[in-house]
Structure formats: C-alpha cells, structure tokens
Design a protein around this ligand. Structure first.
Ligand code: ADE
Length: 266
C-alpha cells in the first residue's frame, strides 16, 4: 500500500507582506432546488467570514429558473413506473450550462454512490479556482444528469434527503483550508488527518478542574517530550477509533514500536 504525502494546503508557500499566505479566490457554484439553504449557512458561518474577506465566493443556481413550462416543473414520473418523482434532465442541463466557470473545473455530483469525501480530497480541491456542486434529490434524478459531473462524491455510508448538506459540508471543509478564512492565528498543521492520524487531546487553564488534572508533561516546558506525548496520544486515538487510518499513515520506527506495545496491551 502506498503512503500518501501529508496533507499540506497548497497555498501555504507564498506570503503577503502582512504575513498572510497568498491565495486565489475560490468560487463555489451550487446547483440546487433550495438555494436559500446554501445562502443561509454561508452567510452565518465562518465561510461567511471568508466571503467577506474576499477569499471565497458562493453562488447558487436553481434549475427551476430554467424550467420552460408554465409550472416550472423540475421533476416527473419515472419511466417504467414506480413511486416518486425524478429530476428532469432539461432544466438541470440548461442550469449547469449557464454557469460561468472554467470549462475544465470540477463538477461534483453529491450522491451516496460516489467516492467517499475525506480530508485528502478537500486539500486537493483547494487547488481549483471554481468548484461546481450538483445537489442530488431524495427521490432520484434522471441518469443522464450524471454525465454533467466530472466526479461523484458521497459523505458516507448513509442516505440523506438531498445534496445540500453534503455540498455545504464540502464547502466548509475545503473553504476553511483557504488562507485567511480561519484568520491569522490558526494552524492546520496538528489537526486530525493532516498527518494521517486523528488529533490527540488538548488542554487549557486551569491545571486542575474537578479532580481532572492536565498531564504534567504539557506543563514541563520540555518541547521534545511534549511532541512525543502528542504523537503518542494521536497514535493511541487512531489505534482505538480508526485503525484503518494507520494502514496509510506515514509512521516512524518509534511510532511502530509504540503501536506494537498498544497491541500487546489489548
Ligand atoms: N445524497 C444522499 N445521501 C448522500 C450521501 N451520503 N452523500 C452525498 N450525497 C448524498
């Protein structure tokens, strides 16, 4: 099995004079029957801060605006019979074709059949200037709509009622990686998945609270010991909760020795 390189946001190399890393604006285009759900979240969240700071743009498009009949119909009964209504191809195609975006930019269809979204895909997508999401619909969509997408992505092994939450989740996970969205002081280096492991525990003052004491090593001032302690807690957390991640994580000899000890204790 190959090790993927640690996830590094690609914008991290260059800096403005104010010390802020430089990055292009990332525009998310969202095709949805419920644009107000997307707008509402993006206005009120940290993503909204990224929009105000000029680092992100979120644009919504409704296929209903491209429905030609007088009822602005976007769905119809399925061929062959069956319950429920299926999203029609014509308004969806017209809507996607109206979007001003680079022709080779990714178009992501949210569906439980897609590849599962993860941090590594979020990091890769920060390299784009434009990302388009096509939100699926709980009763299904005409198969020809699939051909509009360059990629199908799922949030996980469960079925949601629509693609709005998956699109927002991905916008949030990708958007927060863009420099300037989280603010100056935030470090992405030690968070979960960055080095292929889950993040270990963190503490702040007071040193003791309701008989729960902050580990002495964190107050020792010994930076090497603190780094080792953090690494071991991350390994422990991953070993117990997500052992599958350890198969891909880049591990040192001492990491492997520590994991061998954990296995023996089982
Ligand atoms: N639409 C419905 N369920 C979904 C899932 N798990 N991931 C992405 N899109 C979906």
């Amino acid at each position: 099995m190959t090790n993927e390189p640690p996830n590094q946001p690609p914008f991290a190399q260059t800096e403005h004079a104010d010390g802020q890393p430089q990055g292009a604006v990332l525009t998310f285009h969202v095709v949805t029957l419920f644009p107000e759900e997307i707008d509402q979240y993006c206005r009120t969240s940290i993503i909204g801060r990224g929009i105000k700071a000029g680092k992100l743009k979120v644009k919504t498009y409704s296929p209903r605006d491209f429905a030609l009949d007088k009822y602005r119909k976007v769905d119809d009964t399925p061929y062959g019979g069956g319950a429920g209504m299926v999203l029609k191809p014509e308004p969806m195609f017209a809507c996607v074709e109206s979007i001003l975006r680079p022709p080779d930019s990714p178009v992501i269809l949210t569906t439980p059949q897609g590849r599962v979204f993860n941090q590594s895909l979020a990091v890769k997508l920060t390299q784009q200037t434009d990302i388009t999401f096509l939100c699926g619909h709980y009763e299904g969509f005409d198969e020809r709509i699939r051909s509009l997408a360059t990629m199908e992505v799922s949030l996980g092994d469960y079925v949601l009622t629509g693609g709005e939450l998956p699109a927002l989740t991905m916008i949030d996970a990708i958007g927060r990686l863009i420099p300037g969205v989280l603010g100056k002081t935030v470090s992405l280096a030690n968070e979960s998945f960055n080095d292929g492991l889950l993040e270990g525990p963190q503490y702040t003052k007071p040193a003791e609270f309701r008989d729960m004491v902050v580990p002495a090593v964190l107050r020792s001032g010994d930076h090497q010991a603190v780094d080792r302690w953090r690494r071991e807690r991350a390994l422990e957390e991953t070993f117990h909760n997500r052992p599958d991640l350890l198969e891909k994580a880049p591990l040192t000899k001492s990491d492997k020795e520590f994991l061998a000890k954990l296995k023996k204790q089982l």
